[in-house]
Design a protein around this ligand. Sequence first.
Ligand SMILES: [Mg+2]
Length: 386
Amino acid sequence: MKITAITTMVLGTQWRNLVIVKVETDEGIVGVGECRPINKVDSLVGYLHDVGDRFVVGLDPFDIELLVRRLTIEDYGKPGEIAMSGLAVLEMACWDIMGKALNQPVYRLLGGAVRQQIKAYANGWYTVERTPEEFHAAAQRAVAKGYHALKFDPFGACFYELARKEKLKAVALMEAVRDAVGQDVELLIEMHGRFNPVTAVEMTRALAPYSPAWIEEPVPPANLPALKKVADAVAPLGIPVATGERLHTLHEYRELFELHAADIIQADISHFGGILHTKKLAVWADTYYMLIAPHNVGGPIATAAALHLAACTPNFKIQEHFNDFDEPYVNASAPGNPPVVDGYFDLPKGPGLGITLDEEIVYTHPEQRIHFNLFKEDWHKRKARL
Ligand SMILES: [Mg+2]
């Protein structure tokens, strides 16, 4: 089988653009991949155009390792966010094609299911005013959809430090959400790499009475010894550290593992070279007794890829999911995923990724001019259209 054509398209929403690829083959089997680049949409589309004819058309879609080699080693440079995202969407589409060719769901080609249900957590549920009352009500609406775990960032738009008034506000928001959901629901605290180490530790201690299930990206992603400093300080509180959505290659994880600088890694399949690359990372993490909770801010195709990886990965923890809190046409753009029911996805269906792209919906919701800025007031309302 040979790849004969690659088509890119963009599904626009109010706060994210989803880059979708359709990969066609000489046997008539078509696969799809998807990624949400943070703002850099045209860069990713341009990269896919750049490598498509040179490296991908003519390739057998079963030759995943050759695809990886071509887009990393043979293209020289140093693969980062754009290259590893472009590789990921193409790799995802190849798995979709392989599964369809073999009439199997992707997870059965990667070791088979180790679980029958996949635990989910909700994100994007708090697009309301930043008050305890509105967060309280929004959290109740999220758990009413069946979620047993919610993630949120209560820290506003700060960077490195936080004014005392803002510290108290963050604690008040956490208190309100805990009060809304009761003791059984897991609350995952997103820090978005906002803090210097001492502030991250201070805020973790301040939120500890409300039992956060993890703190995420307490410091920016570049300095792993700084992350280690935070992890050591919060370990006595029994609060795990999660990170990794902004690391894009296996090599970038080496120092994190060697330092034992986190408890949970959060590679994003769609920014990390795809499903097999992330599976390799999960195996490596397991040797450090670390769990993997893949970051996922994608639409239904990236979510499908995440579900297949979750199904077959022993040290998988929990799957991020936004799409129950966005415009319904996002899920409708590629139907086929199991819904979240009582906090869990069922195993994804096949063959392949088990979803079917609806190009009509994509073309009727074109790319939007968006600047999603996590360091601007009210970013959490996710109204990022320019
Ligand atoms: Mg995050």
